[in-house]
Each structure stands twice: as structure tokens, then as C-alpha cells.
Design a protein around this ligand. Structure first.
Ligand code: COA
Length: 162
């Protein structure tokens, strides 16, 4: 497993995070992209019409920069994780976990999630949750959640474009 260093986000990482997000979205399975990405995923997460336009990611970063952690290997920024904390329910939600395709499969994703669990616990969160699409492109994500002891909830989430 590669030596992964995890640090709190600061603005010097902004360009690297944008690049990683675009690369990892590009690498998604075409079928899933056509079926899910264009109709739901894009308006839900990335509102931009132009896939090269990263305004939404930048807005996410600006909204809660203190809730983002960045992974590096030998000074290369290779992935990041972003969370939201709900203090009423003591619930931490991971809403972005992304590793550059060139560095996937080296334990970066699992290290990021494991790190964030410790942070959330220290901030008084009692539960951590993360959702993923049950499509073929997501097995590594599911594997990480299983490895770290997450239990799946048999829920279906419904979306409608308004
Ligand atoms: C999901 C993602 C963050 C994983 O990052 P990563 O650094 O590659 O993950 P890790 O190396 O820590 O762990 C991957 C695990 O999945 C396994 N895996 C990798 N490819 C797999 C495949 N095609 N099928 C099944 N398991 C697979 C690995 O073997 C490893 O499990 P192991 O430690 O038990 O062997 C990365 O693939 C990514 O950015 N995907 C696109 C965005 C995304 O789907 N994010 C999750 C949103 S919910």
C-alpha cells in the first residue's frame, strides 16, 4: 500500500481537486453516465452545463472548506473527501470521495474515509453515512464501505427534476 498523507484542505489545493474531480467523472462507465449522470447526478452534484466548468465544485469548496481533507502521495495530490456535519442528529455525511484514476486501487480512498471517521468521532458525531449508486462502476466504493464495517440500508432514493 502506498504512503498516503492526509491533510486539511487549504486553497492551494483548489486546482488539484478540480482536476481530480473532472478526471474521475470522465472515467465513469458510459452507460451509467448516460442514464444517471446526465439526468440526476449532474443537477444533484454538479450543476454546470459545461462538464469542463467547475463552478459547482468551487462553490462546494467555498461553502465548507474546513470539512474537506486531501490525500497526497509523495507530494502529488491524489484524492479528497468532503463531509457535512448535522449536529442535531450527530450525523456526519460523506458527500464526495474521489481519487484520481491514476492512483486508484492504492488504498487512498479507504485511508481518506478512515481518517474522516476519526475526525467526525472527535467532533461528537455518533453516526457516519455515505451513499453510492448500486451500479457496476461503483464496486471499489462499496468495497471500502464493507472493509470499514458499514452496514447497507435497503433504501431506494427517488428523484424528480423540477
Ligand atoms: C471510489 C474511489 C474513491 C475508491 O478509491 P481508491 O483509492 O481506488 O480505493 P482503495 O484503493 O482505498 O480501495 C478500493 C477497494 O476496492 C477494491 N476494488 C477496486 N476495483 C474493484 C472492482 N472493479 N471490483 C471490486 N472491487 C474493487 C480494491 O481491491 C479495494 O479493496 P481491498 O482493499 O479489499 O482489496 C475511487 O474509485 C473513485 O474516485 N471513484 C469515482 C468516484 C466515486 O465513485 N466515489 C464514491 C462516491 S460514493
Amino acid at each position: 500500500m502506498a504512503m498516503v498523507e492526509i491533510r486539511q484542505f487549504d486553497r492551494s489545493f483548489t486546482a488539484a481537486l478540480t482536476d481530480i474531480t473532472l478526471r474521475s467523472l470522465e472515467a465513469m462507465h458510459d452507460g451509467t453516465r448516460a442514464e444517471v449522470f446526465d439526468n440526476i447526478y449532474k443537477p444533484f452534484y454538479l450543476h454546470d452545463e459545461d462538464p469542463g466548468n467547475t463552478d459547482t465544485l468551487l462553490a462546494i469548496i467555498e461553502a465548507q472548506p474546513e470539512a474537506i481533507w486531501v490525500a497526497s502521495i509523495a507530494d502529488d495530490v491524489v484524492g479528497f473527501i468532503a463531509v457535512r456535519m448535522n449536529n442535531v442528529d450527530a450525523l456526519g455525511e460523506v458527500f464526495m470521495l474521489t481519487v484520481s484514476p491514476a492512483h486508484q486501487g492504492k488504498g487512498v480512498g479507504q485511508s481518506l474515509l478512515s481518517h474522516v471517521e476519526t475526525v467526525l468521532r472527535n467532533k461528537g458525531m455518533k453516526i457516519v453515512t455515505v451513499e453510492t449508486i448500486t451500479q457496476d462502476f461503483a464496486p471499489p466504493a462499496k468495497r471500502i464501505y464493507e472493509n470499514l464495517g458499514y452496514d447497507p440500508w435497503p433504501v431506494e432514493r427517488f428523484f424528480k427534476i423540477l
